[in-house]
Ligand binder design. Structure first.
Ligand SMILES: O=C(CO)[C@@H](O)[C@H](O)COP(=O)(O)O
Ligand SMILES: [Fe+2]
Length: 215
């Protein structure tokens, strides 16, 4: 069963309660929370206090996507605020060992660690790294903004990751984020993704129907 993670980056905050009621009535199981710091990406979003508010608004699992240069420093405040899945970027880290160390630390703090790669980062960097994570997030747009067009090069990366995971009989969540709609979502599922993030497609349409069309 595919997990749908609506990205609140595209939520209309003047309609917060109504839109969250629709998310809660939909088949969405996770809620995607984009954290941007104006350094790792050229945009700013939400901190931990807003995450705390979302914790009260939904029972969906909170899927936090850190697009920040210093995930080691800020991970604890997002965990305290309610994150259940915490994903940081490979490109934000010094080397593979630092990624492993942070993944271990996140597990000790009681959250599921995820690692993400940008569109220009080859999937091979994860060949000996994915085993330390519960989730790999393949970006299908340049991180920073919602509403961009899906980059099909994500499909080969998803397929490679699924092949690696299957070869080791591993229970790895493969998530894809950026430009997901019914059409691109279907291609990602066929390639082996089991978590679809969607912002604009869900929040700019009928929320319940859009989630249904992705399942
Ligand atoms: O991480 C990001 C953008 O950097 C995403 O989570 C966006 O929120 C996806 O938005 P859509 O492309 O689905 O509109
Ligand atoms: Fe995201």
């Amino acid at each position: 069963m595919t997990i749908i993670s609506p990205s609140i980056l595209s939520l209309d905050f003047t309609q917060l309660n109504t839109q969250m009621e629709a998310v809660n009535a939909s088949q969405a199981q996770w809620l995607h929370y984009d954290v941007m710091d104006g350094h790792f990406v050229p945009n700013l979003t939400f901190g931990p206090d807003i995450l705390k508010a979302f914790r009260k608004l939904t029972d969906c699992e909170l899927d936090v996507h850190l697009m920040i240069t210093d995930p080691e420093t800020y991970a604890p405040v997002f965990i305290k605020a309610g994150a259940q899945w915490l994903t940081f970027h490979y490109e934000a880290m010094e080397n593979a060992e630092a990624c492993r160390k942070l993944a271990k630390q996140l597990r000790q703090w009681g959250v599921k660690p995820g690692i993400s790669i940008k569109p220009k980062t080859p999937v091979e960097v994860l060949k000996d790294l994915w085993q330390d994570f519960d989730l790999v997030l393949v970006m299908s747009v340049e991180p920073g903004f919602g509403g961009q067009q899906f980059d099909p090069s994500a499909l080969e990366k998803i397929a490679q990751l699924r092949a690696w995971a299957q070869a080791e009989n591993a229970d790895l969540r493969i998530e894809v984020d950026g430009g997901i709609n019914a059409e691109t979502g279907k291609l990602c599922k066929q390639a082996g993704a089991d978590v679809l993030v969607a912002g604009n497609y869900i929040f700019k349409n009928n929320i319940v129907d859009a989630v249904d069309s992705l399942c």
